[in-house]
Write a protein that binds this ligand. Sequence first.
Ligand SMILES: Nc1nc2c(ncn2[C@@H]2O[C@H](COP(=O)(O)OP(=O)(O)OP(=O)(O)O)[C@@H](O)[C@H]2O)c(=O)[nH]1
Ligand SMILES: [Mg+2]
Length: 455
Amino acid sequence: MEDTIAAIATPLGNGAIGIVRMSGPQSFPIAQKIFRPYKEHFLSHHIYYGHIVDKRERIVDEVLLSTMKAPHSYTTQDMVEINCHGGIIVLKKVLSILLENGARMAQPGEFTKLAFLNGRIDLLQAEAVAEVISAKTERALMICQNQLSGKLSRIVKELREKLLLLLSYNEVMIDYPEEDYSNISVESKLKIVDDIHDILDKLLRSASTGINIVNGVTLCIVGKPNVGKSSLLNALLSDERAIVTDIPGTTTDVISEYITLNGVPFKILDTAGIRKTEGLIESLGVERSKNSIKKADIAVLVLDVSKRLSEEDKAIIDLLKNAPCRKVIFMNKIDLGKKIDREELENLFPQYPIVEGCLLNKRGLDKLKEEIYKQVVYYDVNDSEIAVTNERQKKTLEKAMGKIPALRQHIKDNIDPALISIEIQSMISALDELIGNVTTEDMLDKMFSTFCIGK
Ligand SMILES: Nc1nc2c(ncn2[C@@H]2O[C@H](COP(=O)(O)OP(=O)(O)OP(=O)(O)O)[C@@H](O)[C@H]2O)c(=O)[nH]1
Ligand SMILES: [Mg+2]
């Protein structure tokens, strides 16, 4: 017998409405036991007005109860959702009544996991559900909605079809080695491989952009004391968030704030100026600055161009050069004249942009924002396009892509078709993993445990 599960689906706090949901074969019988409707009989996809009562028939809440009969529900099972008043006690009480009557507490993401296991959505769509909920910008939302509607899944299925076609051409050669199947030329097989390559390539190019838009990016502002790091934070926020003074060592801790650039959410860390210091508080701050660089996806190095590069600047440059994050260099205080040679910086950071400006009058700020954005969005995805949105998706696509060179070569060399089949099969299994045709218990547990309860 399948379980019937129940959970509070709305956040615990005070709100106009709170929803308790229930899924499984006992949903309707349990609802019938605890709900006193003004009309009898549950039809599917109807909303009923009535009261939830406890076992002594005391009214616990005045509710609207909606019914969804299998298979036309979120989980594909019979489902009941109870719109209660949105208070913590009332929601907990209604849930406990459901549990007393035979439902069991749902695990995080279990409703969505059921939707996946029962075949209503695939794994990409299940991931999109969590991403829609946590979307931090409208652009993130649009990308996740595209994924939820199955656009990415359709492309993956088309890729799979192409591979199956290729496989069938190949299997014919294995089964009937004597026959001449020259009507399927090497060229036409290579054409299919090229098509597959191009689609995979486009998806993979969308990955870093999609991941950055959905997950957000951590940007840390670094530099020696007094160069204008906190001034930059304030300018990016258009707010006097951090204290700015001309005393070196003003910022002693990491200050974090959020901004959005073209729909990409950024967490910005303003750090203590890095230098050798005897002060206990400042030295702890410096340690934190160094750790921030390790955590950051992108670092903005701020330099005071009115002075020559000092040993302190050089030490930070060394630190940054070895860090895996992306970098943008901001030459600040250009209003005071320029003593740092731009070419010297270009040699130190050959692949990274250098922007000159003055934070006192915001000169160079727009250019800096543009360069920061370009460092995290290498491939512009528009709202109607699909994008890969997490590392798992990216890795499985890379696995498939990794097989292309060998596959191409084998077809070209017209070698043993059995070997060609192996390459094609392993590409198909990478796509199966991506879309969730094959899964492991561990992988599903890991994925759904990140969901909220009741989703
Ligand atoms: N002339 C000039 N002064 C600037 C400019 N940007 C910032 N300053 C001044 O430089 C001083 C230091 O600025 P902050 O933003 O506090 O520098 P910081 O890097 O955060 O310093 P610490 O927190 O001590 O590491 C302040 O007096 C700012 O007003 C600029 O473009 N030109
Ligand atoms: Mg500061």
